[in-house]
Design a protein around this ligand. Sequence first.
Ligand SMILES: CNc1ncnc2c1ncn2[C@@H]1O[C@H](COP(=O)(O)O)[C@@H](O)[C@H]1O
Ligand SMILES: [Zn+2]
Length: 372
Amino acid sequence: MEWCVSMPKIELHAHLNGSIRDSTLLELTKALIGKGVMNFSEVEHIILKYNRSLKEVFKLFDLIHILTTDHNTVTRITREVIEDFASENVVYLELRTTPKKNDSVGMSKHSYVEAVLKGLRSITSVDVDFIPHCEDSKTLFTPAPVINGHVRKKIFVRLLLSIDRRETTEAAMETVKLALEMRPYGVVGIDLSGNPSIGDWTTYLPALKFAREQGLYVTLHCGELPNSKEIKNMLDFRPQRIGHACFFEDEHWRQLKSSNIPVEICLTSNVRTMTVPSIDVHHFAHLYNAKHPLALCTDDSGVFSTCLSKEYKIAADSFGLGRREMFELSRNAVEHIFADSKVKEDLRKIFNSVAKKYGSVTTVSSLENICI
Ligand SMILES: CNc1ncnc2c1ncn2[C@@H]1O[C@H](COP(=O)(O)O)[C@@H](O)[C@H]1O
Ligand SMILES: [Zn+2]
């Protein structure tokens, strides 16, 4: 497990409220129980269950949202989630979250995102880079400073705003406009998520098309349920990435491969929610062997008690991959990030600087930089 932790990693599919620490979830639950808002017997079976079906996962999210939807808590969980990813050497995190309106606490979608940004700014234990730099600025890569023998960690964070499948077309459009407004603060794209058994994704097409026209990146939760028509139409839309790809049929695989859309792979999430029968038949192997663009991701590290290092370990053990292959998998994910080319170049350098340790080689682009 050690090398999986120390290896630099790229996280492209992490939901903020799904990545909440167990200890924080418990603390927030106790606080509400203390206030008499709920009693433990009501929530015990939702919180303590280990293997949840997809339907049960969404029940848990409803509970988590009751616990977390006030500004201070949003700020706190953002800080904690980023600290947790940084602590296991995630060097680039694309964190997604659904902006929420909650009149009872004076929260608008805008103030929700502000609270997230406050969380980003409040981190002092690691260096957080989340403000995009202007096109003509120099690349930012500098060797990490060593303080008292410890290398200070640095993490790039970019945000995706999620549209929940329970929302209306107008609410989705509001989220896209908010994403555009928040671009200077590191919002790079839009995600469509939420309970896949609810709603029709075409409700969000106007907002998704608008997002794309305006230069925002789009990723879609695709194929979490067997819905052949929706999968086909989503692939026709040609999002820049998709998440999951579980219930794909032959024609979908063909379409996916010919369009080369990168897939965010969430092993533990898929096994726990039983959207794949077991890890040994997970489509990771099929896509990996076909050299299809992939990124290993956690989805909801809190809800599924996982972390990105664990996902790498599971992939290595389940599919017989060695350190070098895992390093290459992690390094290749750089090519699928939604941040700009300067961040990409910085990340390539980070990977190149440790490539030897994993039995890998420095890539040409970095050699060119050394010559310059
Ligand atoms: C397990 N597979 C999944 N499939 C679809 N949507 C999911 C999901 N896991 C999480 N979410 C989406 O992310 C929200 C929680 O984070 P935020 O409140 O946005 O930070 C959930 O309410 C759901 O809409
Ligand atoms: Zn997800």
